[in-house]
Design a protein around this ligand. Structure first.
Ligand SMILES: NC(=O)c1ccc[n+]([C@@H]2O[C@H](COP(=O)([O-])OP(=O)(O)OC[C@H]3O[C@@H](n4cnc5c(N)ncnc54)[C@H](O)[C@@H]3O)[C@@H](O)[C@H]2O)c1
Length: 381
């Protein structure tokens, strides 16, 4: 077949379907590292435009917008000044964790839709305050868990929902890096609030909780430590001196429905991996390989274990191809947020689910500090 004929079958381009009659006015709060992934997506967006940006560090937002070639953007010294002065349809909250709650609450209280970076917050109380503001405002709040957009991640949920595993009773999840402690704002209480637990632990929890329908956590027995981050032998000495969050956490969590969740996460350890994610059910089990850099992606083909006609079998499920985690998935995370705003749809990653993720993280911190198991109490919203 000639090229001329083949070209007739060029699929419709994604942008052809976008309704550009309304262009959403968007502000970015925090123009640090992750905001770059947002900027790259916004460069291609036809029905939404960055009109304003705020950063606490003078001149940072200006340099950022120049780097990405955005013109006509108005700049502000913080989130409040921007929201007060602008009439925004949406904000991206790209601040470090301790600023998630104040920024998201202020935006929602002023009638602005919010796409909030992960983890939800530092504490469960902050998450519940955000949800109260969300409920009162009637605006959209979506959480920035882009691994949700990954076809392989969707496959885990499809397998559980298909019934192939039968009733799920035990899950092991988490992962980590032999050495991979971040720096900058990730390692101090005043900015990050929580360490590996919030940075990559929230992804491990979401991978399995989303697959099984986000049952409520009931109890948590948690542990956390910081043996590597604080030690100049394993961390840059200047970073080790200011490091005051966790670099490892583990927990045994009871979930509604008589399900046990066995969790571990590490920014650093003396082993290559603390294990794969496994989901065990009465009729089958699933193994999801871990990755070297735990960032919420599936590390290789999954294996489904079942008895078939009296024989023990294992079926390898090939990986679905897709864009890299900071490319294609970010497009989908932002596109789905805008689509929900424009159509009055539901949040792609809703707070009603991620509150349980945050409750577990909060429970691990509290239980670790108390040195015993605690009951999880989800606040009334
Ligand atoms: N989804 C992902 O894949 C992914 C990856 C990395 C980081 N993150 C998350 O993104 C968030 C930011 O991480 P980062 O590495 O970009 O941090 P960063 O420190 O590089 O950038 C945060 C910026 O926010 C600014 N800021 C803080 N409070 C502000 C306020 N009230 N108003 C205006 N600006 C404010 C800071 O000055 C800073 O420039 C974190 O919560 C992190 O967990 C997500």
């Amino acid at each position: 077949m000639s090229d001329e004929v083949l070209n007739q079958f060029t699929p419709e381009k994604e942008e052809d379907k976008i309704d550009t009659s309304k262009v959403l006015k968007v502000g970015i709060i925090g123009t640090g590292w992750i905001a770059e992934s947002y900027a790259k997506v916004m460069q291609k967006m036809l029905d939404a435009k960055i009109v304003a940006a705020a950063d606490l560090i003078p001149g940072k937002a200006e340099k950022f917008m120049e780097k990405f070639g955005f013109e006509g953007v108005r700049f502000y010294p913080n989130d409040k000044a921007m929201i007060d002065a602008e009439n925004l349809d949406a904000v991206f909250v790209c601040t470090y964790n301790t600023q998630h709650a104040p920024c998201a609450i202020y935006a929602l209280e002023h009638g602005v839709n919010v796409l909030l970076e992960k983890p939800f917050t530092v504490t469960l109380d902050e998450a519940s305050e955000i949800m109260k503001a969300e409920k009162k405002s009637g605006k959209l709040l979506s959480l920035g868990f882009q691994p949700r957009m990954d076809e392989n991640m969707k496959m885990i949920k499809k397998i559980v929902e298909s019934g192939e595993l039968g009733k799920v009773y035990y899950i092991q999840t988490g992962g980590g890096r032999r050495r991979g402690i971040p720096n900058s704002t990730f390692i101090e209480q005043k900015t990050a609030g929580i360490g590996a637990l919030g940075d990559i632990g929230c992804y491990s929890l979401d991978m399995v909780l989303n697959a099984i329908g986000y049952p409520k956590p009931l109890t948590v027995s948690g542990y956390k430590s910081a043996f590597f981050g604080t030690n100049p032998k394993y961390n840059n000495p200047a970073d080790a001196a200011r490091f005051n969050v966790d670099d490892f956490a583990a927990a045994f969590i009871r979930l509604e429905g008589d399900i046990i969740l066995d969790f571990r996460i590490a920014w650093a350890m003396h082993i290559d991996s603390p294990g794969d994610t496994i989901i065990m059910g009465k009729e089958g089990a699933l193994r999801i390989p871990s990755t070297d850099c735990w960032n919420g992606t599936v590390g290789g083909p999954m294996t489904l274990y079942k008895d078939v006609a009296g024989k023990q079998t294992s079926t390898v499920i090939p990986l679905s191809p897709q864009g890299d985690s900071f490319g294609g998935l970010f497009d989908k995370k932002i596109r789905s947020f805008f689509d929900a705003i424009k159509t009055g749809g539901v949040a792609p990653v809703p707070s009603s689910q991620i509150i349980y993720n945050q409750a577990i993280i909060d429970g691990i911190v509290k239980s670790a500090e108390l040195g015993h198991e605690i009951n999880v109490v989800i606040p009334e919203i």
